[in-house]
Design a protein around this ligand. Structure first.
Ligand code: PLP
Ligand code: SF4
Length: 349
């Protein structure tokens, strides 16, 4: 889940993560079986390029990546399935983009406090744990960064720990990415263990899509790693459509709640995917059934290649008002956008 663009992920042992086949955990075997090409994605759903205008060039620029779990939730034969459209490279990506669409929309070079480290907001330090994800979302602003390259060395994490030690105002450590849960349990344990002695760090927040797109990732070993952490755990999910949730996702989320985690969701408002009131009501209602409360509904970051997903601000505000009329207040997300230089995300409604 990307809340941030970044050069270098913090990854203490990048080169040695490829497990021997026998040592691979079930979630790693599932990743090995992921869909990694446009042709494979279309074939798996019984679709052909005559059903919807796809783009091989877009797939080269930002490769297709979909987990088997997510694929199984898509409707075969439906080129406009709201799950598929999040991951399908379409011809629109190559069209001229409106003014303001850039490759690094949240421009944050000045916010770096070290490699793979960002502080924009009071009290919260954000570390990019890895550049890898389990799925590639077409609207992601990290689509122009080199994915899957985990080039950082072990020194960066020492830098994180030093900053947290020096600055007691940093009460929250946010692991972002990419997706931090793409790191193995062993590596996560190595990152989190030294935090145990840092009593000024009260909260550990993890931004991740994995409990939903790869539920097997929430395994016993991961829960044990979290169990050893004295910080309170906040997991911010990224679910955009009610149909992303099923029994396997529910069970993974229940395992996290059983570990005491607070579960929140942030979605991105996406044209053709979740931009009507019925889809939004279904999304937040279904999430609440899984024990997940709303956090943000983000307006699209203006990343080059994603303009076809944009929903205008006026329509977005009207949507939030419609939700307020239909849902209890605690199931209505805050409509937000990131404006570089502001002291927080900007809440619009
Ligand atoms: C979005 C973001 C956060 C978290 O902001 P919240 O409003 O607390 O969710 C923190 N640091 C950075 C760099 C961010 O981009
Ligand atoms: S999971 Fe999707 S939105 Fe999150 S960082 Fe990866 S590609 Fe971007």
């Amino acid at each position: 889940m990307s809340d941030t663009a970044l050069e270098q992920p913090i990854d203490p042992a990048p080169s040695s993560d490829a497990p021997a086949p026998s040592a691979a955990a079930p979630w790693q075997r599932e990743m090995q079986a992921a869909i990694r090409s446009l042709d494979a994605l279309l074939a798996a759903l019984g679709l052909s390029p005559t059903d919807i205008a796809v783009s091989a060039a877009a797939a080269r620029q930002f490769p297709v990546l979909v987990t088997p779990t997510m694929l199984a939730r898509m409707r075969p034969g439906d080129p406009h399935d709201p799950l598929l459209l999040q991951f399908l490279p379409r011809r629109e990506e190559g069209l001229p983009q409106p003014a303001g669409y850039v490759t690094d929309p949240v421009a944050e070079a000045g916010m770096l406090r070290g490699e793979g480290l960002l502080q924009k907001y009071a009290g919260r330090l954000l570390a990019v744990a890895t550049g890898a994800c389990a799925v590639h979302c077409r609207y992601c602003f990290r689509r122009h960064f080199p994915y899957g390259e985990q080039q950082a060395g072990g020194g960066q994490w020492q830098g994180v720990l030093a900053l947290l030690r020096e600055d007691p105002s940093l009460e929250e450590l946010i692991l972002s990415g990419g997706d931090p849960l793409m790191l193995t349990n062993r590596r996560l344990a190595a990152l989190l263990e030294p935090l145990a002695g840092l009593t000024t760090v009260r909260r550990l927040r993890i931004h991740t899509r994995l409990p939903v797109v790869l539920p097997s990732r929430i395994d016993h070993g991961l829960l044990e790693v979290f169990g050893h952490s004295p910080q309170s755990l906040v997991v911010v999910l990224h679910v955009n459509h009610a149909r992303e949730l099923d029994a396997a996702a529910d069970a993974a989320l229940a395992r996290l709640r059983g570990q005491g985690a607070l579960l929140l969701n942030q979605a991105v408002l996406l044209r053709g995917i979740n931009d009507d009131a019925d889809a939004q009501v279904a999304l937040w209602t279904r999430l609440s059934a899984a024990g997940v409360l709303p956090y943000y509904l983000h307006l699209l970051d203006p990343v080059s290649g994603a303009a076809h997903f944009d929903v205008g601000e006026a329509q977005a505000k009207a949507l939030i008002h419609a939700l307020r009329a239909r849902l209890p207040g605690y199931l209505v997300p805050r409509l937000a956008r990131e404006i570089p230089g502001e002291a927080s995300k900007t809440v619009l409604a």
